[in-house]
Design a protein around this ligand. Structure first.
Ligand SMILES: C[S@@+](CC[C@H](N)C(=O)[O-])C[C@H]1O[C@@H](n2cnc3c(N)ncnc32)[C@H](O)[C@@H]1O
Length: 275
């Protein structure tokens, strides 16, 4: 029987996890599968038994004083789907918002030695833990930054991809300003009563969604935190919505718009017809 920390057993559990993620359709790209096969998730979850570290489950790491979850190591299937949305290429420069270390290590595998990964978290406990785990796991070159991501991380910009792993209520201008013109933002947005991970590309000055997936993440803290009730959704559910995001104040045709401080989000049916 292998020991609990046996690296051979961890490798087998990782292979099983990848098989599961491929079977369920969360992983469709062999490069993402290979990244999951090599990153030792158990080193980012040293408190967990090895089998639990390789289950397809989110692991809660911290609650606030009221008991509300504020930090976790994300569920592998959700991470895989968002990596697919991000379509990271070798050599890309990435900003990850919300740290933990595991996803930053996967992103490092995808960018390769010519790219870079910066991960930012508002919570110093999280950045200290992420930095230590990344070093332990063999990813000491990830830039781990403790800051409110409302302002991005200008010192390592511009980025080809901004991957947000916390539920946002808006898109702070810094995320777009620090993105290359051909870049992509993948962000879980709370819009109309649902949270969707939306991949946005720049399209002549506004953002157009490339894909969207229902998801759940802890809420953003800091300047971007929201304390207002959500806008009610349109009467009929929209089966496969697409989204546009324009800077708030831009004149828009009538439709189902959700205006936030920085961006106004338009919910469209596939084909771009607004509500
Ligand atoms: C779901 S966890 C991140 C999971 C992580 N990416 C992983 O590899 O598993 C979300 C993180 O977002 C952080 N966060 C919340 N608001 C933030 C903000 N304004 N700026 C930066 N980080 C923030 C939380 O402290 C929390 O650690």
């Amino acid at each position: 029987m292998p020991r609990v920390d046996d690296p051979g057993r961890a490798g087998m559990l990782r292979a099983d996890l990848v098989d599961h993620l491929q079977r369920t359709g969360a992983i469709r790209d062999e490069r993402i599968a290979e990244a999951f096969r090599v990153v030792p998730r158990h080193l980012f979850l040293p408190q967990m038994p090895l089998t639990a570290a390789y289950a397809d489950d989110v692991v809660l790491m911290k609650r606030d004083d009221a008991g509300v979850p504020i930090s976790s190591v994300s569920q592998p299937s959700m991470i895989a789907l968002m990596l697919d949305q991000a379509a990271v290429r070798p050599g890309d420069h990435i900003l990850e918002i919300g740290s933990g270390g595991y996803n930053a290590a996967l992103l490092t595998e995808l960018t390769g030695p010519t790219g870079s990964v910066t991960t930012v978290d508002i919570d110093p406990d999280v950045t200290t833990r992420a930095r230590a785990a990344l070093t332990r796991a063999g990813y000491p070159n990830v830039h781990v930054v403790q800051a409110d991501a409302e302002y991005g991380v200008p010192q390592h910009a511009p980025y080809d991809r901004v991957v947000v792993t916390v539920t946002a209520w808006d898109i702070p201008p810094a995320w777009v300003d620090q993105l290359r013109p051909t870049g992509r933002i993948v962000v879980p947005l709370r819009l109309g009563g649902e949270t969707r991970s939306i991949a946005f590309d720049d399209h002549h000055g506004h953002l157009e969604s490339h894909s969207s997936i229902l998801c759940g993440f802890v809420d953003i803290q800091g300047q971007g935190a929201h304390h207002a009730p959500d806008v009610p959704p349109p009467n009929a559910p929209i089966p496969h919505p697409t989204f546009q995001a324009h800077r708030t104040g831009t004149p828009l045709p009538a439709g189902f718009h959700i205006a936030r401080k920085h961006y106004t989000f338009t919910v469209c049916r596939v084909g771009g017809v607004g509500f």
